[in-house]
Ligand binder design. Structure first.
Ligand code: GTP
Ligand code: MG
Length: 194
């Protein structure tokens, strides 16, 4: 029969990675260029139907600013799922994402469904930089087909990192809606059926 599942979901990630924008896209189908930085956390909910279940996501959109870090456990404690978000144009945000994964592995639910979102995938072309500047001449010559080598490395690294740490990985764009419903849908499918 059809199951109704309530799932607490938390978004974690660096300031400006696009957590609120992903939620706004998923819940309201909207995007704003000048999304305000979250204070504390925001709560929204959205229901999604997958094959065998109706999943009501209770979403905690946390603040990425460091001064709110100590509040995070309140939001990930008891969460069935987490989306850890980084900005694909920002290496530091990827490093921050890995820290969040470590924290969740240490303190979170052991059976939490975790997704890694490389957000702002629409900025792919903005990452084009002169080959000689950062694409490493000699490493495969002109490697730039929209993505310079540095960015490919981060993408590859994210894929491997996700595999090794039991997360699934998707590049998303809150701006164009790419993979936004998909990532929530994939989580819904992976939630334990009780
Ligand atoms: P904090 O609340 O401060 O932790 O940040 P956040 O992770 O919630 O980021 P937020 O959603 O506020 O987005 C930060 C900025 O990035 C905003 O100006 C957004 O418009 C922009 N942004 C978010 N997602 C995308 C995206 O997919 N593509 C592009 N181009 N810009 C995005
Ligand atoms: Mg926010």
């Amino acid at each position: 029969g059809n199951k109704n599942i309530n799932a607490k979901l938390v978004l974690l990630g660096d300031v400006g990675a696009g957590k609120s924008s992903l939620v706004l896209r998923f819940v309201k189908g909207q995007f704003v260029e000048f999304q305000e930085s979250t204070i504390g956390a925001a709560f929204l909910s959205q229901t999604l139907a997958v094959n065998d279940a109706t999943v009501k996501f209770e979403i905690w959109d946390t603040a990425g600013q460091e001064r709110y870090h100590s509040l995070a456990p309140m939001y990930y404690r008891g969460a069935a799922a987490a989306i850890i978000v980084y900005d694909i144009t920002n290496q530091a945000s990827f490093e921050r994402a890995k820290k969040w994964v470590q924290e969740l592995q240490a303190q979170g639910n052991s059976n939490m469904v975790m997704a890694l979102a490389g957000n702002k995938a629409d900025l792919l072309d903005a990452r084009k930089v002169p080959a000689e500047a950062s694409c490493g001449a000699g490493v495969g010559g002109n490697f730039c087909h929209g993505r310079c080598l540095k960015v490919w490395i981060m993408y590859e690294e994210a894929q491997i990192y996700a595999q090794e740490n039991g997360l699934f990985f998707m590049e998303t764009s809150a701006k164009t809606a790419t993979n936004v419903n998909e990532i929530f849908c994939e989580i819904a499918k992976r939630l334990p059926r009780v």
